[in-house]
Design a protein around this ligand. Structure first.
Ligand SMILES: *[C@@H]1O[C@H](CO)[C@@H](O)[C@H](O)[C@H]1NC(C)=O
Ligand SMILES: *[C@@H]1O[C@H](CO)[C@@H](O)[C@H](O)[C@H]1NC(C)=O
Ligand SMILES: *[C@@H]1O[C@H](CO)[C@@H](O)[C@H](O)[C@H]1NC(C)=O
Ligand SMILES: *[C@@H]1O[C@H](CO)[C@@H](O)[C@H](O)[C@H]1NC(C)=O
Length: 639
């Protein structure tokens, strides 16, 4: 991009005039947590050009929850009347008024019309601008932050907008967004030469990278394949038949050609075909040599050059159990991100909803993969925008700490889950494996509980983990999982409480008042609480890298619950009904409470506390409990 000398002169005078003209500015976004272990080393060069992206406010978002409830509540006259993607896109797209108001503001601020570009989706306005132009426009100061390892990133602490512009803008990038964790890969601008170099020099910092990855755990136990795994040893070895017994899953799909079930994996996480076959040979003979249908998103590949528990554990676990439980329904593997950059949550959402995808840069570099990726070995093609329809059920066993996610980014993504619900998709996320703490036991300030996102978004279904008590049978009640991993749950610091869970959460807080202060958790009683429900997450016998490991995690619970929902959808589709869609309004209905096995024992310790106890009714450890599939099927198949 070219900035003429005259323009630069104009900019400098604008900067000089700034203070008085900024009087009506109001702070729009402020960084919630100051960078740790990063040094604010210097101001950013004022002539450096940044691609400024202004995310425009969508219209009618205030109606989203109500519309979604009307479509997803069993007693509502519009239950099940899902919207087409086009109708959803039109209803929420930024208004012409928003586009023209923001464009006019930029023009008044001295940006010539030919520098301003509205994205094809109308969701974003892009301008290339120098740092000094941006600092004047947003009343912000950009600094370079340096990490002891030599990594650098730029960011501002807050930025402001004129009062009359704020309602038209969701977020602006790059601004307050900051990657707090120590990077373990070259920064994006220092591209890596090829996939082999990736192995030697560093791995992507994105969701699928082993060092970043909050995946399932093993306690190192390798189980001999000769073990017969009878139902009597489910307390030590969970195999598919144990889940069938625990949750009374007895259903053979008959409408597979109409049904869709997606599992998201982030490269470099990958399944090994040989592992699936080991598992199938033991537990699902007729599926040997069967593979999921690969949907490659942004160059997603099932890589095999890096192998081991930390690369294959998640994908092997998800696919072995889900494929077995829904056999013969074929699973769509939404493999997201190339080997060089990897991907974030927005990338898979781009692929299932082209109106969310901007084609030209809506994603956040710290969080998402930015495509096309011109680095050697990178996916140098346009982003995968709207390449498949949203599957009826999607299971995602990945998450990140809520305190690391920029608030505006989290909200925008959360709204997108709501829109997928409007279209009839059930989106299930694992609730995290660290109790009330964050990834690796991290608690901001040492004491603050650190919920998991996207589980904390009210428009996804968050799945916690239970376990069998050692020595118990599949007929005995389960307890909250506290072996090797601890079921993630708690209260969001970002999202308000959705109506559907108000009654259940208030009852919990009344009956079990937590002995914690606002310094520890968001204790207003008016915020999103999670998980919504749970399933077993301990001792899964899983073929990984040629061995049978015992695996633990909400990573296991999410695909198991998703499998049950896929089976319920099969029953609905075979009766010419639509998919069940957004689940939470159903899960919390009093009249459906006895479809779940209430979990009342155990807790989710973390941050030096005992966390929250499981209790009668909903609790922030196991949600409403584990499904009784037989009952769920009966109640939900004919709604
Ligand atoms: C910004 O600059 C980049 C790189 O020169 C160019 O590809 C892009 O089209 C420019 N964007 C706008 C909105 O002018
Ligand atoms: C990338 O990950 C692999 C597997 O964990 C590891 O062996 C390798 O050392 C990593 N590379 C770097 C530079 O961290
Ligand atoms: C792993 O956990 C199981 C029970 O959950 C236990 O029987 C086994 O001894 C543990 N293995 C190790 C190595 O700790
Ligand atoms: C699950 O539902 C079935 C059918 O209603 C019932 O027979 C069974 O007892 C239930 N299981 C549990 C553990 O409540």
């Amino acid at each position: 991009m070219l900035v003429s000398f005259l323009q630069l002169l104009a900019i400098s005078s604008l900067v000089a005039a700034a203070p008085s003209r900024r009087a009506n500015h109001v702070v729009h976004e402020r960084r919630s947590v100051e960078p740790r272990n990063w040094m604010k080393s210097r101001r950013v060069d004022p002539y450096k050009v940044l691609p400024l992206r202004i995310g425009l406010a969508q219209q009618n978002l205030e109606q989203l929850e109500e519309l979604l409830m009307a479509i997803s509540s069993p007693d509502s006259p519009s239950f099940g009347q899902h919207w087409s993607p086009e109708r959803v896109a039109d209803h929420f797209a930024p208004s012409e008024n928003t586009i023209s108001t923001v464009t006019e503001w930029l023009t008044t601020e001295g940006f010539r019309g030919d520098r301003i570009r509205v994205s094809p989706s109308k969701g974003w306005i892009d301008v290339n601008a120098t740092v000094s132009e941006i600092e004047a426009l947003l009343s912000a100061e950009y600094h370079v932050f340096t990490h002891p390892s030599g990594h650098e990133q730029i960011s501002c602490e807050s930025y402001s907008l004129p009062d009359h512009i704020r309602e038209h803008v969701e977020l602006i990038k790059p601004t307050v967004h900051f990657k707090h964790r120590i990077p373990d890969a070259p920064a994006l601008q220092k591209r890596i030469p090829d996939a082999l170099a990736l192995q030697k020099r560093g791995n992507s910092t994105k969701l699928g990278a082993p060092s970043k990855f909050n995946g399932p755990k093993t306690n190192g136990t390798i189980v001999p394949a000769s073990n017969p795994f009878p139902i009597t040893t489910c307390d030590q070895f969970i195999v598919p038949d144990c889940l069938r017994e625990l949750y009374e899953i007895d259903y053979k799909p008959k409408a597979s050609e109409k049904n869709t079930f997606g599992i998201v994996e982030f490269t470099q996480q990958a399944y090994l075909g040989s592992d699936l076959d080991i598992f199938f040979s033991l537990f699902s003979h007729d599926q040997e040599h069967k593979r999921p249908e690969l949907v490659s998103i942004d160059g997603g590949v099932v890589q095999t050059f890096n192998q081991g528990f930390e690369f294959n554990g998640e994908s092997d676990l998800d696919l072995e159990y889900a494929m077995t439980l829904v056999n013969p329904l074929e699973i769509k593997l939404l493999q997201t991100g190339d080997l060089i950059e990897g991907a974030g949550f927005d990338n898979w959402l781009d692929a299932v909803d082209k109106s969310f995808c901007t084609f030209d840069g809506g994603d956040v570099p710290g969080e998402d993969g930015i495509y096309p990726d011109p680095a050697p070995g990178g996916f140098n093609h346009p982003e995968s925008c709207g390449i498949i329809k949203p599957p009826h059920v999607v299971s995602i066993s990945y998450g990140q700490d809520e305190d690391e996610v920029p608030v505006a980014y989290a909200k925008r993504q959360c709204h997108e889950y709501g829109k997928l619900g409007m279209m009839g998709s059930s989106v299930l996320y694992a609730s995290g494996d660290n109790g009330v703490a964050g990834f690796g036991g991290f608690c901001p300030g040492g004491v603050q509980f650190n919920p998991d996102f996207p589980a904390s978004c009210p428009f996804v279904t968050a799945v916690g983990a239970t376990q069998m008590v050692p020595g118990s049978t599949v007929q005995d009640p389960e307890v909250a999982c506290e072996t090797v991993i601890i079921s993630g749950g708690g209260f969001s610091n970002i999202f308000p409480m959705p109506e559907y869970q108000e009654h259940a959460v208030k009852k919990y807080l009344h009956d079990n008042p937590p002995p914690y202060t606002a310094a520890q958790y968001s204790n207003s009683g008016k915020v999103r609480a999670f998980p919504d429900l749970s399933a077993n997450g301990a001792n899964y016998v899983t073929a990984i890298d040629g061995n049978l490991f015992l695996v633990f995690g909400t990573s296991a619970s999410a695909p198991v619950v998703a499998s049950m929902i896929a089976l319920i959808n099969d029953a609905r589709l075979s009766h010419d009904k639509g998919p069940i869609g957004f689940l939470n309004p159903l899960i919390y209905k009093d009249k459906f409470a006895d479809l779940f096995n209430d979990i009342t024992s155990g807790s989710n310790p973390g941050c030096g506390t005992n966390g929250f106890p499981a209790a009668k009714g909903w609790d922030p450890v196991t949600g409403v409990g584990t499904p009784n599939f037989t009952k769920l099927l009966k109640a939900w198949a004919n709604l």
